[in-house]
Design a protein around this ligand. Structure first.
Ligand SMILES: Nc1ncnc2c1ncn2[C@@H]1O[C@H](COP(=O)(O)OP(=O)(O)OP(=O)(O)O)[C@@H](O)[C@H]1O
Length: 660
């Protein structure tokens, strides 16, 4: 059961037109959130010229464009170099195909037309530092529409400047990361002023020295540092928590129902729980975090006991967040059931697996399932830009010839670290909707670049000057390769690699099989996807040549399910090598295919089941001749001469050849 809003209905979307509060362009309501994400990139302070008027909707009157300023073209960033892959297509699905409010004369076109791969993101002229993030502040008030970036326009504030209390975390897990912060020597929280929702704060144009940036990036992963605390900074996911969704109203009135957050890795499940935690603490609700990867049933019982005490003595509610809830087995999940039922705890579970299969049906029926989607490229760009701005890194228009490194000014107010716009786009694209990969890839790319520069200066005896450093597209690709092997989990690579694995096992090449397995797992492939393929392989390619292959594959699947990555990788490796070395037989597989072909090619009605093979549980059936003449094999010491196929198929042997 997905929480949905009117924007989910394509028909209503057509009827219900809304106006963008930033650029004034009219568009279907369903597109407003994704449009705003991007429109605000162009008009961070809400200074867009009205699009309607004598020039038509979305058309900018000539001359209104600020001199020397190019507007970022959304469609271009989403087109991103590999437009044909399923990932690219998927990314844009559901988020609307609209471009921005456009610049010059093509705005209307870019709203409707498919993305064009030609242009780079347009950014301000070098070296003038300007922000590109919608979430930055610095220009005084946050534009009213900015709230809608995350689908929020509620007057009720979710981001009152209040330092969140630490979450109560039992065991280790994502929830712990937040609690670690204070003690972490490399700790740095993303400057909330740099992208907060209430105006003021660090201006994007603040120039930071390379060394300063390097120090900020050390320590915790950038993804953790950038985890938003408020719904306003929660990018995308408008179908789940956008304006006018039921969930959003419930959250805003602090009526948190029990929830199952279902979505792919890095799409914001834990982040949404973290935002709910921040908010609930303001209302004196306890928020306890457990990770099903390491929590025991006793931990759950302890939490429930404490929740009961809090409820009866202090009338205090408890929200229990369980990350990776699918890792709990059914009986562990049963532990929650009565307590969710009677309201002792409000359960929020996060899972990457389909809850219909992985969550107890009784528990599921007491929770609202919120489906979070893979983040589209545009949302990824917004998230990356938020990090880039808060780090004080400046985006460089790579189509321009000016070389920032050769710029001679030594003014300390000028930015010293730049990133190519196409590097941001590439990172957004290759992250495949996983913000963690994108942010951590960015962190590695910048750190690697800054560190190599420092090393170079040290080796060459030059004084290390935190002058200009440019992060290129290649740097981010390398960064991604280090943090995450380039692997398109939803696109062609996914199918290419699984096919290569299957063929290597079929060809009995254990070494190559391991290679393809590692390529997928290191690239972030779901181990259960690989395990499912192994189950299939066990029957299709090994079959009766080694009947123990199938139980092995099923065991590997279950093992992966129990322990998850990275521990389960060795289970898969063992199974893959076993299969590569196993004798192969396609006897059953091809015979079964022959039968299917026979059925498919059959002309006319299928032949009836021979009477002697029919069961005869009633007298009437017996009278009709059901079961008559059937020879019960165990009663015969000799082989029984009896027909089992319909009359017209007599003599067909599906193991020998296709006869139909
Ligand atoms: N919608 C979002 N808006 C802004 N930042 C996001 C969003 N989603 C994810 N992030 C960033 O990505 C990081 C990882 O996201 P998060 O931990 O919420 O993913 P997840 O869906 O819980 O993934 P997993 O299933 O792997 O645990 C966060 O720390 C945050 O910085």
């Amino acid at each position: 059961m997905e929480v949905s809003g009117p924007e989910d209905d394509p028909f209503l979307s057509q009827l219900h037109q809304v106006q963008c509060p930033v650029c004034q362009q009219m568009m279907p309501a369903a597109h407003i959130n994704s449009h705003l994400d991007r429109c605000l990139l162009l008009n961070p302070a809400g200074h867009a010229e009205p699009a309607a008027g004598p020039h038509g909707p979305g058309e900018r009157p000539k001359g209104l464009s600020p001199p020397g300023t190019k507007r970022r073209r959304l469609s271009e960033s989403s087109a991103l170099k590999q437009p044909a892959t399923p990932t690219a297509a998927e990314s844009s699905e559901g988020e609307g195909e609209e471009g921005d409010d456009g610049g010059e004369t093509e705005s209307r076109e870019s709203y409707d037309a498919p993305p064009t791969p030609s242009g780079a993101r347009l950014i301000p002229d070098f070296p003038v530092a300007r922000a590109s993030s919608p979430a930055r502040k610095g220009s005084g008030k946050r534009p009213a529409a900015a709230a809608a970036v995350a689908g929020s326009a509620s007057p009720r504030s979710w981001d009152e400047a209040e330092a969140p209390e630490e979450e109560e975390a039992v065991g280790e897990g994502d929830g712990d990361a937040d609690a670690e912060g204070e003690d972490d020597p490399g700790h740095w929280e993303a400057d909330p002023a740099a992208f907060g929702a209430s105006g003021g704060g660090r201006a994007h144009s603040r120039a930071l020295a390379a060394e300063e940036i390097r120090q900020m990036l050390e320590g915790k992963p950038l993804a953790d540092k950038m985890r938003p605390d408020t719904l306003q900074d929660y990018i995308g996911q408008s179908r789940a928590v956008g304006q006018e969704t039921l969930l959003r109203s419930l959250l805003e009135t602090n009526e948190i129902p029990s929830l199952i957050l279902w979505g792919p890795p890095g799409c914001g499940k834990t982040t949404l729980a973290h935002i709910i935690a921040n908010n609930s603490k303001k209302h004196s609700i306890r928020f306890v975090t457990l990770s099903a990867t390491n929590a025991k049933t006793n931990d759950v019982r302890d939490v429930i006991k404490q929740a009961q005490n809090e409820k009866s003595f202090f009338k205090r509610k408890t929200i229990l967040f369980i990350d990776e809830i699918h890792r709990f087995n059914k009986s562990q999940q049963d532990t929650f059931l009565p307590h969710v039922e009677c309201g002792t705890i409000t359960l929020i579970g996060a899972t990457t697996e389909n809850p219909s299969f992985q969550v107890n049906a009784a528990l599921l029926s007491r929770c609202r399932v919120i489906v979070l989607e893979k983040l589209p490229v545009e949302a990824m760009v917004t998230i990356l830009m938020r990090a880039i701005n808060s780090l004080g890194i400046h985006v460089l228009d790579s189509s321009r010839s000016t070389d920032p490194l050769s710029h001679s000014s030594n003014s300390s107010s000028e930015p010293s670290v730049f990133i190519e716009d196409k590097a941001v786009d590439t990172l957004a694209y290759l992250s495949d909707g996983d913000a963690r990969i994108g942010l951590n890839g960015l962190q590695l790319a910048v750190l690697a670049r800054l560190s190599s520069r420092k090393m170079f200066c040290k080796k060459s005896g030059q004084a290390y000057s935190p002058s200009r450093v440019l992060i290129t597209e290649n740097d981010v690709k390398e960064g991604l390769q280090k943090s995450h092997i380039l692997y398109d989990r939803a696109g062609e690579e996914h199918y290419n690699c699984i096919s290569a694995l299957h063929k290597s096992m079929r060809g009995s090449d254990a070494s190559a099989s391991l290679y393809w397995l590692a390529r997928m797992l290191e690239g972030g492939e779901d181990p259960l996807y690989v395990a499912r393929r192994l189950v299939r392989f066990a029957s299709e390619d090994i079959g009766l040549a080694d009947p123990s292959a199938l139980p092995q594959a099923v065991a590997a699947y279950q093992g992966c399910h129990f322990i998850g990555m990275p521990e389960c990788e060795v289970l898969l490796a063992q199974c893959v090598v076993y299969f590569a070395r196993a004798p192969k037989s396609i006897e059953v597989y091809s015979a079964y295919n022959n039968v299917k072909a026979c059925l498919r090619n059959h002309q006319g009605p299928l032949p009836p089941v021979p009477l002697h093979l029919r069961n005869a549980p009633t007298r009437l059936m017996k009278d009709l001749g059901y079961g008559k003449g059937y020879k019960y094999n165990p009663m015969y010491s000799e082989p029984v001469d009896q027909e089992y196929l319909p009359e017209e198929l007599r003599g067909v042997d599906f193991f020998k050849q296709r006869r139909c």
